[in-house]
Design a protein around this ligand. Structure first.
Ligand code: 8YV
Length: 305
């Protein structure tokens, strides 16, 4: 569906009867003419598979995706047609949790801003302003799934108090459940988003939640840009109603709101939560393991729930 790493592209292309859709010009026009030739679609969390693509693949038997989020894949339509979809859960948990922790520390301690201060030669003439502590603070997690639990464990080593908001309480989780997101935001020093994207969570975090988090609060988003009302976030940061934000995801990637680029209260990364050599290789292996299993047995190894 789209280019992944060079290694992945080559490994996939070395199989027989593989077509790289992104090299065929307009994908929908190409599928109008050739869609009935394809039985398996390999895609990613980023490239997804829309209902329009799916409608042009009448003989499709499986979709194998690289990534844990599947909000860009028309999973409901696939299910209606009995087409199983695989994804790559678990193998990226630690790296996404690491990045969330890193963004928390960077935002509070202002590491990136301090680095700019030093490189700009400002240390010679001034003192860098005091930052904020991370250890011992309150962490609110929105979406205590597998990645959320890895983050909570890391936060415990920082002596942080952890509470979470989910649609339902997780009976096995040793952290306080908060059914009201506003109350969690009011309580938290850091609010970290780790919920899935898609219609159910669209703009879950809008102006009231940002105001509840407040001028000393820090928002971290390593989930999906769609979870946050981005113009409301930009306004809250510009007006100092929100203390800071660490953002790895945006509403219209790769577009990033211009107004954020000049703010030292934000740390911005280009959707790199899973982007380490080790994790991307593990994700790649899991895509190929799903493909191999499907070709051999007709079953996927890690189908989406
Ligand atoms: C993407 C991600 O897979 O897994 C996810 O849901 O957002 C990322 O890890 C990666 O950007 C490739 O699309």
């Amino acid at each position: 569906m789209g280019p992944l790493t060079e290694r992945f592209n080559q490994r996939l292309a070395s199989g027989k009867d593989v077509v790289q859709l992104w090299r065929q010009g307009d994908a929908l026009a190409y599928l109008d003419a050739h869609g009935s030739e394809f039985e398996i679609l390999v895609t990613s969390a980023r490239f997804g598979c829309s209902a329009a693509h799916l409608a042009r693949l009448p003989r499709l038997r499986a979709i194998c995706s690289f990534g844990v989020g599947y909000d860009a894949i028309a999973v409901d339509q696939a299910r209606e047609r009995g087409i199983p979809v695989s994804y790559t859960p678990d193998v990226l948990n630690d790296c996404v949790a690491d990045l969330a922790m890193g963004l928390m520390i960077d935002c509070a301690r202002r590491i990136s801003a301090a680095d700019r201060f030093l490189r700009d030669g400002r240390w010679q003439t001034g003192q860098y302003p005091l930052a904020r502590k991370v250890s011992g603070k309150r962490l609110g997690i929105v979406g205590l799934g597998r990645i959320g639990k890895d983050l909570a464990r890391r936060a415990q080593a920082f002596d942080m108090q952890v509470r979470y908001h989910n649609r339902r309480p997780d009976a096995g989780a040793p952290y306080g459940f908060e059914p009201d997101l506003l109350a969690l935001a009011r309580w938290a020093d850091f609010l970290v988003l780790l919920c899935p994207g898609g219609a159910a969570t669209r703009h879950l975090v809008s102006a009231p939640v940002l105001d509840a988090l407040g001028p000393d609060g820090i928002l971290i988003n390593v989930a999906r840009g769609s979870v946050v009302d981005e113009p409301a976030l930009v306004a809250a940061l510009l007006e100092g109603r929100l203390g800071g934000a660490g953002l790895d995801v945006f509403e219209s990637e790769p577009q990033v709101p211009e107004a954020l680029l000049g703010l030292d209260s934000v740390v911005l990364t280009p959707h790199v939560g899973s982007a380490t050599e080790e994790t991307r290789l593990a994700m790649e292996e899991l895509v190929f393991a799903n493909l191999a299993a499907f070709l051999e047995t007709g079953e996927l190894l890690t189908p989406v729930p």
